[in-house]
Design a protein around this ligand. Sequence first.
Ligand code: ATP
Ligand code: MG
Length: 259
Amino acid sequence: YKGMNFLVRFAVFGGVFDTVHKGHIRAAEIVDSCLHPDVLLFVPAGRPPHKRGRRINTCADRLNMLKIAVENAFGNRAVVCDFEVNSSELSYTANTLAHLKAVYGSDSEHFFAIGADNIAKFRTWHRPDIIRALSTLAVVARPGFDQSSAKLAFPESVICEGESVRISSTFIRRLASEGQDFSQYLPEGVDEYIKKRGLYPKEVTDPEEIKRFLSAHVKEPRIKHTLNVRDEAVKLAQKYGADARKAEIAALIHDVAKN
Ligand code: ATP
Ligand code: MG
């Protein structure tokens, strides 16, 4: 679009997208039908400043999942932007919008979409003043959060009316860790990718279940060795005041992939 002689309206969707879900797609549909942007631009975060405590899936996997989801939903009107995932810096929306403005210049207008859960948090983001100067906030409802406070907090924002769905990536990751099926919450094509890549595995913390896995996949002398290591690890944990259960699990899995 660069250099063309007309105004291009971008709706920008930032997020971690670990994993992308139907709630994201629905939110984008709401923004789309309210604002009629020319381009739906999805920007997955590379190093999200707000999620430093948790391990997130790789940029490549989150990018691929998002590409599958938005291409199926919006075809070539949607673009997944790799600006943040290709940067080693912390991912700040203010920087990303400045980059977009530098690339597309005065030919472009940017809406930055946020779910209502981000209204209160927005002030803790990096340089909210720059975000508001470079874009118009487009606020989408999110079940469980108050959308009406947006106009008070940001009078210039646009409220995008439409019924969103109660899904979060956190909820999906929890289902996954418990070994429950979460495919119904995923946009078309994403479930297949997750299965192929083995993402979001069930978390196994039951020693008996680990031992059953060992019996099926590890050779007998090594199982004996593993159980001895387990006994020693538990003893050491008790002696030094560490968590004996964690020590037991760590010892049981320490050679699990050897064979
Ligand atoms: P997590 O639970 O890990 O925070 P999430 O489901 O909130 O994940 P994010 O990647 O954090 O997903 O969200 C990206 C953007 O999409 C945010 O602006 C968020 O408010 C919005 N969003 C996410 N889920 C929904 C939903 N169900 N309805 C409306 N907006 C949503
Ligand atoms: Mg979130």
